[in-house]
Write a protein that binds this ligand. Structure first.
Ligand SMILES: Nc1ncnc2c1ncn2[C@@H]1O[C@H](COP(=O)(O)OP(=O)(O)OP(=O)(O)O)[C@@H](O)[C@H]1O
Ligand SMILES: [Mg+2]
Length: 398
């Protein structure tokens, strides 16, 4: 896995201070009465050839970020610089000027069926983009479709079949073929395996990984479950209520999550190795995610933050929004927490986490609040370990 752009060049995507406020209208005149702050001042980069995992609870703004990058919606504010050295700000492009980027940035969805025309054989559906973008002669297009179908593991005779004749996993392969036949630079994967069985999830993740290597692709991989992004991401960005809480190389964030929200999110991911069981205590956050219409002042997480509580509820968390800042003692890591340093010294960190877990456990009625242990793995070829699911089926959710 590459944590840096191997060429050392500028990132393929640079998102700067991006915001999306959806208006809520009311009354006879349908005037704007409020706004859903779905994405509020978000900045991150995606290096060429890497996978950036974007995780967070339902409604935190992940899909909105993806739709903004695809320019399916207009941002309220901010820039999306795409293309590295010669990069252009996509937010300034409209109409014809945007067309080449419509090819270069593709998306796959959780439910590929919804984006397929039920009356169109899948060979036609996969080649649709080639026709729209005028890429090659009809014979070349047929050849590209056949080659792409082979790459994603579909049979040539599948081309004449209709979407309803395929399983969920096969439909996701169709969705992947449809996106990749256009030879994009960036693929936004919006929860592409969430609706699939565990064994099929692993197959699709393996496929995405091998296609990435073969075709030199860059991925933004959206999921609400930290367990899913662990094995596919080079770096992970964690979102909470429209803002980025933490960004770090994948190995670092799973070994030493720093933002109190990331620590809680990760504490809900089942652990494959029973020897780790005792070391990862489950922290269950208090209350629901606040409304993005009226998010908390200061740090958006302060109303549910177990660290703030243990520090005696400092005012700063409620009044000053923490910037996403680099940590000099942890190169490559960025955290939006005023008190991140409290969690860097191992003994103090363990004590703070143990106290939060004990309080969770007490709230849960004294039951043991540890992350569940998964002992059996789904056998799978390739180097991507299968994603895990909590016995309850919502692995990694809080
Ligand atoms: N078109 C829209 N108009 C108004 N509000 C919207 C619109 N699209 C999304 N939202 C709101 O914006 C917030 C973020 O939604 P988004 O779909 O980006 O979340 P998400 O992180 O992808 O969630 P999930 O994990 O459930 O897919 C939510 O509160 C959602 O209700
Ligand atoms: Mg979503």
């Amino acid at each position: 896995m590459t944590h840096q752009d191997p060429s050392g060049g500028p990132p393929l995507v640079k998102v700067e201070h991006l915001s999306e406020f959806f208006p809520i209208t009311g009354g006879i005149l349908q005037r704007k009465v409020a706004e859903v702050k779905a994405v509020d001042d978000v900045s991150f980069t995606i290096n060429r050839g890497e996978t950036l995992g974007l995780v967070g609870e339902s409604g935190c703004g992940k899909t909105t970020v993806g739709r903004l990058i695809l320019r399916l919606i207009e941002p309220t504010a901010g820039r999306i610089v795409f293309g590295g050295e010669e990069g252009v700000d996509l937010t300034r492009l409209h109409g014809k000027a945007l067309k080449p980027f419509r090819r270069r940035i593709q998306i796959i969805f959780q439910d590929p069926y919804a984006s397929l025309d039920p009356r169109s054989p899948i060979g036609t559906a996969i080649g649709e983009g080639l026709r729209i973008h005028g890429m090659g002669t009809p014979a070349e297009q047929r050849h590209k479709v056949a080659r792409m179908m082979e790459m994603v593991g579909l049979q040539p005779y599948h081309a004449r079949r209709y979407p309803h004749e395929f399983s969920g996993g096969q439909r996701q392969r169709i969705g992947i073929a449809r996106a990749l036949v256009l030879a994009p630079d960036l693929l936004v994967c919006d929860e592409p395996v969430s609706a699939l069985d565990v064994s099929i999830q692993a197959q699709v993740l393996n496929l995405l990984r091998s296609l990435q290597r073969e075709l030199g692709l860059t991925y933004l991989f959206v999921a609400h479950n930290m367990g899913v992004v662990e094995h596919i991401s080079d770096r992970v960005a964690v979102m909470y209520l429209g803002a980025i809480a933490e960004v770090a190389p994948s190995l670092d964030i799973y070994r030493e999550p720093i933002h109190p929200y990331t620590i809680a999110l990760l504490s809900a991911v089942p652990i494959a190795d029973p020897s780790v069981k005792g070391r990862r205590k489950r922290i269950i956050l208090v209350g629901d995610v606040p409304s993005p219409v009226n998010p908390p002042s200061g740090c958006r997480f302060h109303t549910r933050c177990w660290l703030r509580q243990q520090l005696g509820n400092p005012d700063r968390c409620a009044t000053e929004r923490p910037a996403l800042r680099q940590l000099p003692v942890r190169p490559g890591r960025e955290v939006a927490c005023h008190f991140a340093e409290e969690l860097l010294e191992p003994v103090r960190r363990d004590k703070l986490i143990a106290t939060a877990a004990a309080e969770s456990s007490a709230r849960a009625g004294g039951g043991e609040a540890v992350a569940p242990v998964v002992t059996s793995r789904v056998p799978e070829s390739g180097d991507v370990a299968p994603p895990f699911r909590r016995p309850g089926g919502d692995g990694g959710r809080l």
